[in-house]
Design a binder for this molecule. Structure first.
Ligand code: B12
Length: 415
């Protein structure tokens, strides 16, 4: 069940496609209910479940909220309503999974009223859970998906589960994933330090070939950031570039590691645009430097790959002078666009969330919902006021304040 009805842009539920493939492979009868474009989601859900009469209902919960202060939409209340509709419609147990659970799997499960929650990759975990259903045993409340993971060499057959047409008509893109988890440790991020598991590059290219065969030409990578480890990336890109598939694709990357060979291969495989994630906390603590950013932007430019920078600034301890220097640096190096965000979404279990819970900073303010100890309802930390940021940016069209416009970077860089 995909309850994600946020359309800016609409996102094809890749996780569900993968799960459906694994269930089907093991001989289970599977129905995917996609509510993204449903006119009456409650009726569609209730009727579909009453007709299908499943033994287990799985919800993929992708976003808690938009995580943008200036465009805040909270989704969990709608998900909670749909979970209770599902239970009433067929009486089956409800299991949830998806990235929203990174904010706290127990907390999200309790909020939406699910019977069980899988955090991390769900492919094999869901099969494991079905053994409990078959044995008519109580489901585990929480299941660690990384302990089960996925089969490295599996080539998911995706074509039959989700109708891509309405997504593609409405600016959506098909996704694909080459790895899960993150080797980074960014204080603000839900994905920091999640166990890293890679797919076999040959399996990824076989999946891409099947997508190509079915007419998909444009793609978005669904790894948190592609360049976790250089050799792994290059192996995949080399295979892809020599496969003759003529895709155009967009991806997220972090400043390091990179080298010229990586950009050369990215170009050969059809990469057209990159969102480069930069945050002042990582920069000022020396995880990477301005030299790395400059070299990234220049090498990408040399190979004809467009770069949009997602810049998150205004952590406790940042200095105004250093932030202004950072903006001046981007003014000089000039990527295609820089989206500046000074409103940092705080989650209970991120480094920043734990710090702020232990010891609220002397400077800066909390915006949003302070009453929710689980921080599921949007809560932001901010010390750089909008007026000041706008003054620093001036009228340079390079910069945008993130959240004032509903568009993704891949759409911006298409223009
Ligand atoms: C790629 C990406 C995008 C791309 C998507 C491109 C595309 N065509 O697919 C774009 C740029 C469009 C995008 C947009 C947005 N994104 Co985004 N995105 C991602 C990213 C990097 C990958 C998502 C993904 O597909 N992963 C791969 C699939 C295979 O994994 P999965 O869905 O998690 O599913 C697996 C498991 O979770 C589990 N599972 C999933 N469902 C279920 C269900 C059950 C029952 C079980 C058992 C298991 C299970 O098993 C699956 C297989 O392993 C994630 C971070 C991440 N690394 O996941 C952020 C992320 C999901 N995005 C995020 C956000 C905020 C957004 C936006 C709201 C940003 C904005 N304000 O515009 C929009 C929302 C758009 C929308 N309509 O939903 C946040 C959500 C955080 C939050 N507070 O809710 C994340 C987590 C990034 C972050 N670190 O903060 N995004």
């Amino acid at each position: 069940m995909n309850p994600n009805r946020y359309l800016e842009p609409p996102v094809i539920p890749l996780g569900l496609e993968y799960l459906a493939h694994y269930l089907d492979r093991e001989g289970h009868e599977v129905l995917v209910i996609d509510l993204t474009f449903a006119l009456d989601p409650i009726a569609v859900l209730a009727e579909s479940l009453a007709g299908f009469r499943p033994n287990l209902v799985g919800f993929t919960l992708r976003n808690l909220d938009t995580s943008l202060y200036h465009d805040s939409v909270f989704f969990l209340d709608d998900f909670r309503d749909l979970v209770s509709v599902a239970r009433e419609a067929c009486g089956a147990k409800v299991v949830i999974g998806g990235t929203a659970l990174l904010a706290g799997p127990r907390e999200v499960a309790e909020y939406v009223g699910a019977d069980s929650a899988v955090y991390g990759p769900g492919e094999r975990a869901l099969l494991y859970l079905l053994r409990y259903v078959e044995a008519k045993e109580e489901l585990p409340r929480l299941l660690n998906g990384w302990e089960h993971s996925f089969d490295r060499g599996e080539v998911p057959k995706r074509a039959r589960w989700v109708d891509y047409a309405p997504y593609l008509r409405d600016r959506g893109l098909a996704g694909f994933s080459t790895q899960t988890g993150c080797l980074g440790g960014c204080d603000f991020c839900l994905e920091a330090g999640l166990p890293w598991r890679t797919r076999d590059p040959r399996a990824v290219v076989a999946e891409l070939a099947a997508l190509y065969e079915s007419g998909v030409r444009e793609l978005h990578l669904c790894d948190c950031e592609f360049n976790q480890e250089l050799e792994t990336c290059k192996e995949l890109l080399h295979l892809w570039a020599s496969s003759g598939l003529d895709h155009a694709w967009s991806l997220y990357m972090k400043p390091i590691p990179h080298d010229e060979g990586l950009f050369r291969l990215l170009k050969k495989s059809g990469a057209v645009s990159v969102t480069l994630s930069v945050d002042s906390s990582s920069l000022f603590s020396g995880r990477y430097g301005l030299f790395d950013l400059q070299s990234f932007i220049e090498l990408a430019g040399r190979h004809g790959i467009r770069v949009a920078v997602d810049l998150l600034i205004g952590f406790p301890g940042d200095k105004e002078a250093e932030l202004r220097d950072l903006l001046d640096f981007f003014r000089a190096v000039r990527p295609e666009t820089v989206g500046v965000n000074a409103w940092i979404r705080v989650y209970k279990y991120t480094g920043l969330g734990m710090l702020l819970r232990r010891q609220p900073p002397r400077s800066g303010t909390f915006l949003g919902c302070r009453e929710d100890p689980d921080m599921l309802r949007p809560l932001y930390y901010n010390w750089l006021k909008l007026e000041k940021l706008q003054e620093w940016i001036g009228d340079d069209p390079l910069f945008r304040v993130e959240g004032l416009e509903r568009r993704s970077n891949y759409e911006r860089l298409r223009d």
